[in-house]
Ligand binder design. Structure first.
Ligand code: NAD
Length: 487
């Protein structure tokens, strides 16, 4: 039965480009994954819409009036303020069309406010420097400098799991850098993206520099990534999709934020109580639908029983339920297919000899937080990104063995190490091949200003506001060849 809800939010037309809301020929229904109720309707855009939108944004950037840096900064500061004021409405949208209980959705809005504010502050970093032409005889009589210029048109393609903050992480740095942006949000969660674009327009971002085109990945996403007038593709999503996007994009600048399988090392001298609480939090938040989600825990053999017991006790206490209830900690998966896939992967592991200590249960789009041990090598819950509430715990006999296990994984986004010995912590951190190592924390931690991204299948390049601004701008040199020597 459907739970009570506020009236569906749907922006005028459900897509925006060429400076106005557009009336779509076809529509996509947005559903609440909890009960399948329709919560909104948006445009189902086409490749031809993408062509119109990209050309319009490219014209605005190349031929439109200049958008001075002070005005970009003011617009983004205003946007951050408006978003903070409307936290409740934005959290409501995130929760309705996505998977987060209200409390987690509100936290995402607070993060997005921070992302937009940090982006506004990057105005101070859009600077260049003079060039040392006098350092070589060939540079004599020349004077020059470089400035940071926008790349042009940024295509932003985003996933469903943090539907506001991951949009903000692309759109706000692109705008402060002076670019135009064409956004393709995840088909499951376009409403909050549309609301965010509406808010940016209200805050004073020039309408012709923005476009948002809801639609399917294979049509809108592919047309956008492959469009010749797009200068940079900023993609966040799965590794398989990322590979397809890179092939379609061809030889243009790309930023790829892809998946992970969140390794955590618990060394023999670790504080087990602290490690177990952090693992439960990192593995099951947003029902495990987080690129930083803890998926594999490697623990010193002498601690394994204690750690498993503590993790199981904490996991049993988690409240799985309706997103609308204040007591709920774990909401649904994004759709039933995702829940069924996770159920199959766990069943396959159990059939191969794994023990499920808690969870391993599905009802519709819900999958209960699951703790596995003795998982057979090669099981998909170990080798693939689960993107669901499943954690596997494996004992190790030496720190070297644990480090080489983690380094042999195909993903390398972030990792965590629990130990009370600083030398060991730093040694392990230096040896792990991942984008970040959190000491006495799991890898499920990020502030929006830090460089964010991974090695191997986890991505190409780095986001994180200052780093995204660097990637979305380029040095442009201006040099003067003096006709007479200085006296
Ligand atoms: P997804 O890869 O299925 O889709 C991501 C986006 O790509 C969506 O907007 C989708 O419509 C679009 N898309 C699909 N096919 C496309 C194509 N052929 N061309 C262009 N675009 C296409 O990912 P998802 O299921 O929405 O999100 C989950 C994945 O995202 C996980 O793998 C997760 O780890 C990853 N993720 C990574 C980060 C990070 O920062 N590293 C953050 C969040 C999520």
């Amino acid at each position: 039965m459907s739970r009570p809800r506020s009236s569906p939010w749907s922006p005028a037309g459900g897509a925006f480009w060429s400076g106005r809301w557009q009336a779509p020929e076809a529509v996509l229904h947005v559903v609440d994954p909890e009960d399948g109720a329709i919560v909104g309707t948006v445009a189902d855009c086409t490749p031809s819409d993408v062509d119109d939108a990209v050309h319009a944004v490219a014209r605005a950037v190349l031929e439109g009036p200049a958008w001075p840096v002070w005005s970009r900064r003011e617009a983004l500061h205003r946007a951050a303020g408006l978003l903070a004021q409307r936290e409740g409405a934005f959290a409501g949208l995130i929760s309705q069309e996505g998977c987060k209980p209200n409390r987690d959705a509100a936290r995402e809005v607070q993060r997005a406010v921070e992302t937009v504010r940090l982006s506004a502050e990057q105005a101070d970093r859009l600077e260049g420097r003079t060039l040392p032409f006098g350092d070589t005889p060939r540079g004599e009589n020349r004077l020059g400098w470089y400035t940071r210029e926008p790349v042009g048109v940024v295509a932003a393609i985003t996933p469903f799991n943090d539907p506001l903050n991951l949009v903000a992480h692309k759109v706000a740095p692109a705008l402060i850098g002076g670019n135009g942006v064409v956004l393709k949000p995840a088909e499951q969660t376009p409403l909050v993206a549309l609301a965010f674009i509406e808010l940016l327009l209200e805050a004073g971002v020039p309408a012709d520099r923005l476009a948002v085109l809801p639609g399917r990945g294979a049509t809108v996403g592919a047309a956008l990534a492959g469009h010749p007038r797009v200068d940079l593709v900023s993609f966040t999503g799965g590794h398989t999709t990322g590979t397809a996007v890179a092939a379609t994009a061809g030889a243009k600048k790309t930023l790829m934020e892809l998946g992970g399988n969140g390794a955590v090392l618990v060394l023999a001298d670790a504080d087990v109580r602290r490690a177990s609480a952090a693992v439960v939090d990192g593995a099951f938040g947003n029902a495990g639908q987080n690129c930083l989600s803890v998926q594999r825990v490697f623990v010193a053999r002498e601690l394994v029983d204690d750690l498993v017991e503590r993790i199981v006790v904490l996991t049993r206490k988690l409240v799985v339920g309706s997103k609308a209830l204040a007591s709920t900690q774990i909401g649904p998966l994004i759709d039933e297919a995702a829940a069924v896939r996770i159920e199959r992967w766990v069943e396959e592991a159990v059939q191969g000899g794994a023990e499920a200590h808690v969870g391993a249960k599905r009802e519709g789009t819900y999958y209960w937080p699951t703790v596995l041990t003795a998982v057979p090598a090669g099981a998909r819950v170990l080798t693939e990104e689960v993107f669901g509430p499943v954690v596997s715990i494996e004992p190790f006999d030496s720190v070297d063995e644990a480090v080489s296990e983690v380094n042999s994984l195909e993903y390398g986004l972030q990792a965590g190490v629990f130990t009370t010995d600083l030398d060991t912590a730093l040694d392990v951190a230096q040896r792990l091949r991942v984008g970040a190592v959190m000491i006495n924390d799991t890898g499920d931690f990020r502030i929006d200003a830090m460089p964010f991204g991974g090695s191997k299948r986890s991505g190409v390049g780095r986001e994180g506001v200052p780093f995204a601004v660097d990637a979305m701008t380029e040095p442009k040199i201006i040099a003067i060849h003096r006709t007479s020597r200085p006296a």
